[in-house]
Design a protein around this ligand. Structure first.
Ligand SMILES: *Cc1c(COP(=O)(O)O)cnc(C)c1O
Length: 454
C-alpha cells in the first residue's frame, strides 16, 4: 500500500516551496541527478523508499512550471481541481479507450468535448482528446485527408496514399513546426506545402493567398507561438471555401481567446472552419498531457481512425478509441472536465483576460525602459529584444541563471528575441512585478558589463 498522507505531505511541501525557490533547478539539484544512475536493482524496493528518493532528488530538479513565474514556451500551470481530479483518476487507473472499460472516463470525455466547443463558440459536433496539439493537428488533418479523397472516390484508410489523387496543402509562412510534423506523418509532406507569405506579425496575407483550382487542405493559425497573432480568418476562410477546401485551425493556445469577451474579436470568422486544434495543457491549465481536436462533422474522424475488431465493438455508445490515433489511453477527460467545471465561463474568461493583461504589463514595463517590443501584444505573448543578437542572448542566459523567472529565446524574422508567454492561472500581478524587476535589473547589469568589456 501507499502512504497517501506521506504523499500528500510531499506534494504540499513541493507546492509551498515554489514561491521561495529559483524557477530553474539549482546546480546542486542537477548534480544530484547523478544519484539516480544506479544499476537496475535485483531485489524489489518498497514504495515508501521510492517516493522519498523521487521527492528528494526529483522535486528540486524540476522547473517550477506550476508556480507563477514560469514564462517559457507556452506552458500552463495546473488548476487545483484538475490536479486533484488527475490524482483520483490515477487511483482509478482507467483505460479510456472504450466505454465498457471505463464508463466514467468515456462520459467525462464527451462532456468535456461538448463544454469546450461551447466555451470556444465553435460549431463542433465531436472530437478527440489526444496527447497534445501536435496529435490534435494530426487528428484534424486525418479527417481532412479522408474527406477530400473520399469525395474523389478514394478511400485512403483502406487504399493508402500510393496512387491517390494529390491534395494541395496550404499553410502560412509562420506555420508551427508541429503542423509540419503532422503533415509528414500523414504522407502529405512537410515540404510540398504551398506556403503563403505573412506580414510582420506572422499573419497570412490574404492578398498573397493562392488561387486554388481544386479542394485543398488550408491550415490557418489562431495564435502564433511568437507573436500571438491570428491569421485573418474572415478574409481567408471564404477564399479557401471558394474551392471547397477543408479548413483546419491550429489554435493550440489562441482558440481560448474566444472565451474572453475582450479578446473574442481575434477569433472572428474561425467558426467557419472544419476542424480545430487546441491544448488543455496550455491555457486551460489542465496539466500534461492533453490536446484537443474538434470537428464540425465527426463522421470522417471515425472513418479515418476506427479500429474495427470483433472484441472492440460495444453497443451504440461513442467509443473514444475509434476517434483518436490511440487505443489504450489515460482518462484525460477527467482533469479537463474538472478544470472547466472549476472555472466556469466566467473563470475561463477571467483567466484568459488576466494573462493578456499581465503580458501587456510586461510589454509596457520593458518598453518604458527602452527595450524594443517586437510584436503587437494582442494576446499573452511578448517578444522583446535587448539590443544586438549577442546582447539579447547574453541577457536571456543571465535571466535564466538569475532564476526569479524563466523565459526562453526565439528568432523572429531575422531578430533574436526573448519570449514571454503568460499562460498560467497561478501568475499574479505580484509575480509580474517581481519578474519585471528581475528582468530589467539583469538586463542592465548584463549590458553594462558587456559595454565595460568592449
Ligand atoms: C504548442 C503549439 C503546438 C504544439 O503543441 P503540443 O501540445 O506541444 O503538441 C502547435 N501549435 C501551436 C501554435 C502551438 O503553440
Amino acid at each position: 500500500m501507499i502512504d497517501f498522507d506521506d504523499l500528500a505531505g510531499r506534494a504540499r511541501r513541493y507546492q509551498a516551496s515554489l514561491d521561495g525557490r529559483l524557477v530553474r533547478p539549482d546546480d546542486a539539484a542537477i548534480a544530484a541527478l547523478q544519484r539516480l544512475e544506479q544499476p537496475f536493482p535485483e531485489a524489489p524496493t518498497a514504495p515508501a523508499g521510492i517516493l522519498a528518493e523521487l521527492d528528494e532528488i526529483g522535486s528540486p530538479a524540476t522547473m517550477a512550471a506550476t508556480g507563477g513565474r514560469y514564462f517559457g514556451f507556452v506552458t500552463g500551470g495546473v488548476l487545483p481541481a484538475a490536479l486533484g481530479a488527475d490524482w483520483l483518476a490515477a487511483v482509478w487507473g482507467q483505460n479510456a479507450a472504450m466505454d465498457v472499460m471505463s464508463p466514467i472516463a468515456a462520459r467525462l470525455e464527451e462532456i468535456a468535448l461538448r463544454w469546450i466547443g461551447e466555451a470556444l463558440h465553435l460549431p463542433a459536433t465531436g472530437g478527440a482528446l489526444v496527447t497534445g496539439a501536435t496529435m490534435a493537428n494530426f487528428t484534424g488533418l486525418a479527417a481532412a485527408r479522408e474527406t477530400l479523397l473520399a469525395r474523389q472516390g478514394w478511400n485512403v484508410s483502406s487504399q493508402g496514399l500510393f496512387g491517390a489523387p494529390p491534395i494541395p496543402v496550404v499553410v502560412g509562412g509562420e506555420v508551427h513546426a508541429s503542423m509540419r510534423k503532422a503533415l509528414s506523418l500523414l504522407g502529405l509532406g512537410k515540404d510540398r506545402v504551398i506556403q503563403v507569405p505573412v506580414d510582420g506579425q506572422g499573419r497570412m496575407r490574404p492578398d498573397a493567398f493562392p488561387t486554388l483550382n481544386q479542394p485543398a487542405i488550408v491550415c490557418l493559425q489562431a495564435g502564433n507561438v511568437n507573436t500571438g497573432a491570428f491569421d485573418p480568418a474572415v478574409e481567408l476562410i471564404p477564399l479557401a471555401k471558394a474551392s471547397n477546401s477543408w479548413v483546419h485551425i491550429d489554435g493550440a493556445f489562441g482558440l481560448w481567446a474566444a472565451a474572453a469577451p475582450a479578446r473574442a474579436h481575434l477569433m472572428a470568422g474561425y467558426d467557419q472552419a472544419d476542424s480545430w486544434t487546441t491544448d488543455a495543457h496550455k491555457w486551460l491549465n489542465a496539466g500534461y498531457d492533453c490536446g484537443i481536436a474538434l470537428l464540425k462533422d465527426a463522421a470522417p474522424l471515425r472513418d479515418a481512425l476506427d479500429a474495427p475488431a470483433a472484441y472492440l465493438s460495444h453497443g451504440s455508445q461513442r467509443q473514444p478509441m475509434h476517434y483518436t490515433p490511440e487505443s489504450s489511453r489515460r482518462a484525460r477527460g477527467v482533469p479537463v472536465w474538472a478544470a472547466l467545471k472549476s472555472l466556469g465561463k466566467q473563470g475561463l474568461a477571467d483567466l484568459v483576460e488576466r494573462c493578456c493583461r499581465h503580458a501587456a504589463r510586461f510589454a509596457e514595463g520593458l518598453g518604458q525602459s527602452g527595450f524594443e517590443i517586437l510584436n503587437e501584444v494582442v494576446l499573452n505573448q511578448v517578444m522583446v529584444s535587448f539590443g544586438t543578437s549577442e546582447q539579447t542572448k547574453a541577457v536571456i542566459a543571465a535571466i535564466q541563471e538569475d532564476g526569479t523567472c524563466w523565459c526562453g529565446s526565439t528568432q523572429w524574422q531575422g531578430h533574436t528575441a526573448m519570449r514571454i508567454s503568460v499562460s498560467s492561472w497561478a501568475t499574479t500581478g505580484e509575480d509580474v512585478a517581481r519578474s519585471l524587476e528581475a528582468i530589467l535589473r539583469v538586463a542592465r547589469q548584463t549590458i553594462d558589463r558587456g559595454a565595460l568589456r568592449s
